[in-house]
Design a protein around this ligand. Sequence first.
Ligand code: ARG
Length: 256
Amino acid sequence: MKKKWTALLIAMLALTVFAVGCGSKGDGQAANKIIVGTDASFPPFESLAPDGKPEGFDIDLINAIAKSQNMNIEAKHVGWDPMMAGLENGSVQVGIAGITMNDDRKKQFDFTDPYFTAKQAILLKNSAPDVKTIADLKGKKIGVQSGTTGQAVVEKNFGKGYTGLKGFDDIASAIDDMKNGRIDAVVADNAVIKKFKEQLQLNDVKIVEDKTINQEQYGIAVKKGNKELLNTLNKGLKAVKADGTYDKIYAKYFNK
Ligand code: ARG
């Protein structure tokens, strides 16, 4: 008799443990949820919606890719450097943030096929002297988002220790400093500069596109060696390009 009761107790305990285990998966903590990290300070690719969630071209794109491949994802604004660190330490599985693929980063991460072509552009006041190429900014104070290809372009032209270079956490802060006259120009991705000019209604500034600056390609990043996830993302990217979804997202953000 006693044995029966003990067995029943053990069975009930086991059932409880099992149920609790299932429950924790049910409330959004599923072990297979893929965290997509971004730096939502880069419109129209990513910015923060009023509800605190990231939105924009990149977010629509990764959601479309996820849908096509049945992936359970959650996009989170983590910031530029934390996104890179998160990809390496595993707290972020996918990075999408208008990330330019270059040799240094390809050593650090694996990237999908390219999904967008960009170029660094120069933003400066209308009243500034004529500037045609980045070389014309010699001696000027130039703002960039730290750790981006904007910084790389300035350093390539004026050297790594260029004293006129000022790094910011995001492009909006650099533009702010330019408005206040603390710096002369901002170098950042062309579509983003254009978007800020519109959004902030900056009528006294101009955008200069320097033909000598190389084109860049954006890719989606995963931890180096994560072949399975990379293949899934590439399959999804191909699918959304083929079925017209990519074009729809493009039109939403880039065609009036
Ligand atoms: N394309 C540039 C780079 O990769 C800038 C990207 C910045 N992205 C962002 N979400 N803040 O360096």
